[in-house]
Design a protein around this ligand. Structure first.
Ligand code: SF4
Length: 403
């Protein structure tokens, strides 16, 4: 399938001599990514939702064609792990039958759309997402990681989620289109929002936002300033979501965003639509009774669960780039972190599990974990210590205010 040919070597100038591969594209179902435990197949669910029948089918496919492990990505996609080259093709046939596969790679690559999991019927979110889906081929050629966010509630719930162009609500109450990294957005009408989004994407390309097939809006805005017509502030960001009740249903989380296919199967038996989120959680639509989740294995339903405070990628041996295991250390650190703080343990400087700054970031290198405070993984420099040394010396949490 030519995955390796897509890889190239990225650099990292950190003091811990760490490096990682920068692929410049996101995996999909048609173009999966090789990992330490087989192919990672990322399913971009239409409108970020699964019906109960689709959830059953996806759980079955994860067991039949993969190793039964699944994940919610930080773009709100569903990942199946441990798929082999031989099982990839029959898996695609099942995904097509379930209605969750794009017609071709061009469409899949462009359908990088994250919508608020807390959308309400009639609030315009689905209309905007469908209008954007219908015009994906009108967008200019954009880098593979370039994404669109639709987050038009009265508070922004996707402020920390990755995206390059954001459709949000402005302080005046109307819609705005905001380039990631810009403070202000361009007022737009619901009917004109997608045409304006395409214009903004063309501005990004014409302004030099793409180099060697890569580039992000935030970097361009940092270099050039905001795009023309940006003049309205967005509404405030909502607090970080947690497991529990919402107006749309119950949010339930997973340790590191990972879960077994049996969990998805059990959730499908509830007979509710499931909405994906970029928060390592699923939203079980229309459910209000938490007792209904009592028999579903592997869920985090307590909003104070310490595991919600830690982020960790699969690490070694599951990712070929990982320089150490990550999740055992993150589990051990979780009780040391108080509410509101985030600790990120990364298997390399790429920082896949949490692209943003965390209160404490630990990055594996050849000699152990380097530590950074209030920064993202690629910005972590300095001497390395073993996992054991870190666990026996919690000073860094005191420094960060995490305990
Ligand atoms: S951050 Fe983790 S998952 Fe991402 S490339 Fe590095 S080791 Fe792999």
């Amino acid at each position: 399938m030519g995955h390796a040919a897509q890889f190239d070597r990225g650099g990292h100038g950190g003091g811990t001599a760490m490096s990682f591969e920068v692929k410049g594209w996101c995996p999909g179902a048609l173009r999966p990514m090789a990992s330490g435990d087989g192919l990672v197949v990322r399913v971009r669910l239409p409108l970020g939702m699964m019906t109960p029948a689709q959830a059953r089918g996806l759980a079955d496919a994860a067991q039949r064609y993969g190793n039964g492990q699944m994940e919610v990505s930080n773009r709100g996609n569903l990942q199946l792990r441990g798929v082999s080259d031989d099982s990839h093709r029959p898996l695609l046939a099942d995904l097509a039958a379930l209605g969750v596969l794009d017609a071709d790679l061009a469409l899949e690559s462009r359908r990088n759309i994250l919508i608020s999991p807390l959308w309400q019927s009639g609030d315009g979110t689905v209309d905007l997402a469908q209008a954007l889906q219908a015009r994906l081929m009108d967008l200019p050629d954009l880098p593979g990681k370039f994404g669109h966010v639709i987050d038009i509630g009265l508070h922004r719930v996707l402020a920390e989620a990755p995206g390059d162009i954001r459709v949000e609500r402005g302080l005046s109450g109307g819609l705005i289109l905001r380039a990631d990294g810009a403070d202000l957005g361009q007022p737009v009408s619901a009917d004109g929002a997608i045409s304006a989004l395409i214009d903004l994407a063309e501005w990004f390309v014409a302004s030099g936002g793409v180099a060697m097939g890569r580039g992000r809006m935030r970097a361009l805005v940092a270099r050039l300033g905001p795009p023309p017509l940006a003049r309205e502030l967005p509404v405030a960001a909502a607090p970080r979501p947690a497991p529990g009740q919402t107006a749309q249903g119950l949010l339930a989380g997973f340790e590191f965003g990972s879960f077994a296919a049996q969990t998805l199967l059990a959730l499908s038996h509830l007979g509710r639509p499931l909405r994906m989120t970029p928060w390592r959680m699923l939203l079980i639509g229309g459910l209000s009774d938490p007792l209904a989740l009592a028999d579903v294995p592997g869920l985090i339903t307590d909003p104070d669960d310490p595991l919600l405070a830690v982020r960790a990628c699969p690490g070694a041996p599951f990712c070929p780039q990982a320089l150490a295991p990550t999740r055992d250390l993150a589990r051990a650190l979780a009780p040391m972190v108080c509410a509101g703080q985030i600790v990120h343990v990364s298997g390399c400087a790429k920082g896949c599990a949490h692209p943003l700054a965390a209160d404490v970031t630990l990055v594996a290198g050849p000699g152990g974990f380097a530590t950074g405070l209030a920064c993202a993984a690629p910005d972590v420099f300095g001497p390395a210590r073993s996992a054991q040394a870190i666990l026996h010396e919690p000073t860094l949490f005191v420094q960060s205010g995490a305990v």
